[in-house]
Write a protein that binds this ligand. Structure first.
Ligand code: KG4
Ligand code: ZN
Length: 343
């Protein structure tokens, strides 16, 4: 298809359109040159969630301009690019297809490799942008709107899942609890802000579902919050929204911190990373930092803007695949879901 000579520090354009963010970024090696994002979240908020058709239309309207901005702000001409990395799944099919088709056009037109990126691997790769020397092995906490897991990355192309949620993802739980507390979508940042005003004094259920294991459940926690609020309202008793937010937040996140450290101990990993929208949470970041310091683990956390959906992380995972020489055919299709490999 093309003449390919791998470069040490390739110029990679990343494109992300799996949900409600249209994003594009350019990296040279691990150096981030530009990082652009257009979001339809404000429109989506009116509907209390993401409406797929609105997301697809917003991507189609934004993608051209967002990519142009990413190239312009990076000071790069498209002809200089060495590869284009794009999210092919998991996500909303219509939304994914906008970014994927755009990236295919770029790859074909410029004669450069196309790298289809699994969105979740993008979240895991975000930490690489934070530390140019970061290399596996490391233990990773993945906490997003769709996934919650503790992973051990042995090599750049091989990770093992130690365990994770048996039902809802932690971000999903934040979004559901936000609704109960009459907070807007996406709920995570609003619950975090409200929790800062409260104290974790409301009893919450146990999160862990197997003794000494890594499997936890968020659906019981969500139900406990709903029941607490309904009971208080039925009885006409006063209750504190901020205390509920703080109690939920610590129950939801303390278990992740604890299991991350146990995972590092079990695998012998000396380094810990994290990724996914929930890792933007200040309480989680502080707890992780404190516990890693106490236990002598090195912690590399992506910048908050690289925890929630962005294209820099897609470019970063693109670099991992580029170095492995793994490219995608132009026939690659969008995938609504991609299983998290268990090993
Ligand atoms: O990784 P992400 O942007 O999208 C997925 O790939 O799922 O994660 C979105 C999730 C949402 O559930 C959102 O409420 C949550 O991350 N989130 C947060 C915070 N910021 C975003 N949860 C808790 N605290 C936050 N500050
Ligand atoms: Zn995501």
């Amino acid at each position: 298809m093309m003449n390919f000579t791998p470069k040490q520090s390739p110029l990679i354009l990343g494109i992300e359109s799996s949900c409600d963010e249209t994003a594009a970024a350019v990296i040279r090696g691990r150096e981030l040159l530009s990082d652009e994002i257009a979001s339809s979240a404000a429109t989506q908020a009116k509907f209390g969630g993401v409406v797929p058709e609105i997301a697809s239309r917003a991507h189609a309207e934004a993608v051209d301009e967002v990519v142009a901005r990413a190239l312009r702000n990076a000071g790069v001409k498209k002809e200089e690019l060495d590869a284009v990395a794009v999210t092919y799944g998991a996500g909303l099919l219509g939304a994914l297809l906008v970014g994927l088709s755009f990236a295919k056009g770029f790859s074909y037109g410029l004669g450069i490799p196309l790298i289809g990126v699994d969105h979740i691997r993008g979240h895991l790769a975000a930490a690489y942008l934070e530390d140019a020397s970061l290399e596996p092995p490391f233990l990773t906490l993945l906490a997003s709107g769709g996934h919650t897991a503790i992973l051990y990355t042995e090599r750049a192309d091989a990770f093992r899942v130690l365990g994770g949620t048996l039902d809802d993802a932690v971000g999903e739980a934040f979004d559901k609890v936000a609704r109960v507390l009459s907070l807007p979508y996406p709920g995570g940042p609003h619950v975090e802000a409200l929790a800062r005003e409260g104290r974790a004094v409301v009893p919450m259920p146990k999160m862990l579902k197997s003794r000494g294991g890594y499997d936890f459940s968020y659906s019981g926690l969500k139900t406990a919050v709903i029941n607490y609020v309904h009971t208080k309202e039925q009885k006409g008793e006063a209750w504190s929204r901020a205390d509920v937010a703080a109690s939920f937040q610590s129950a939801a996140l303390d278990i992740l911190v604890q299991k991350t450290v146990e995972g590092a101990r079990e695998t012998g990993a000396k380094m810990v990373t994290a990724g996914g929208g929930v890792v933007a949470n200040g309480y989680l970041r502080e707890r992780l930092a404190a516990v890693c310091k106490e236990t002598g683990l090195r912690l590399v956390l992506p910048a908050k803007k690289h925890c929630t959906d962005n294209a820099a992380m897609i470019a970063a995972e693109g670099l991992v695949q580029y170095r492995l020489g793994r490219f995608s055919p132009l026939t690659i299709n969008a995938e609504a879901s991609i299983p998290l490999v268990r090993g």
